[in-house]
Design a binder for this molecule. Sequence first.
Ligand SMILES: Nc1ncnc2c1ncn2[C@@H]1O[C@H](COP(=O)(O)OP(=O)(O)OP(=O)(O)O)[C@@H](O)[C@H]1O
Ligand SMILES: [Mg+2]
Length: 238
Amino acid sequence: MKESIVICSGISKVYDTVFHQVIALDNLDIEIKKNKLTAIIGPSGSGKTTLLNLIAGIDRITSGQIICCDVDYSFLSDDQLAAFRRQNIGFIFQLYHLLPTLNVIENVMLPLLPYQRSLEFDLREKALQVIEWVGLGNRINHLPAELSGGEQQRVAIARALINDPLLLLADEPTGNLDSKTSFEIVRLFRTLMEKKDLTIILVTHDLRISAESDYIYTLRDGRLDGDIRKSLFSCSNL
Ligand SMILES: Nc1ncnc2c1ncn2[C@@H]1O[C@H](COP(=O)(O)OP(=O)(O)OP(=O)(O)O)[C@@H](O)[C@H]1O
Ligand SMILES: [Mg+2]
């Protein structure tokens, strides 16, 4: 079994705007190890969300190569890439992106609702299961506005798990939470990784959260420093 689930080789992302080009990622290499928690840290604008979006197949690289679960994205059409994402990837957005008029279970079912008939499992049963995993079994009929921030984040996590992803991408999942709730979320990630065949990439501004991960990479101006976990935490009290 290969030990890397994602291999990015020399990837660049250039955004064309009206007046100039923005080089968001600049010839970057990164390998993500299976069944590990990898943290990506870095200043605002350094390319963290861009990197997650590219690995998720939400956006396309300008140059380079991304191989995820042994699939080279450059060989996939947009429709094939969307189907690949649906089958293999869960994405947790920073601002939850829950629909305010849908209750918890409806929000969790939403990504697979259009495909309900072709699924080999019962979508509602599956939704109830992932809601249990995140500890919200007693909140399934609540609307997002009737939940705390941490609970809303848990709904977003449940929704990202509805397709049994191999790879979970989380963009600042604790950005709006107090530190106690943040650590609960990271602990939940660890539990999910142990229970399931799951790999997690976590973008965070919070060094204490990244300290809970197996690998830490820093992005700066679209370039990546190597894994800094050992050097950082062997010589500090964090
Ligand atoms: N659609 C876009 N068009 C043009 N430029 C973009 C676009 N998306 C991002 N950028 C630019 O690319 C760079 C990287 O953006 P990105 O969103 O990846 O940063 P980030 O590290 O996630 O920042 P933050 O911590 O603030 O979320 C920034 O300079 C940003 O302005
Ligand atoms: Mg971002």
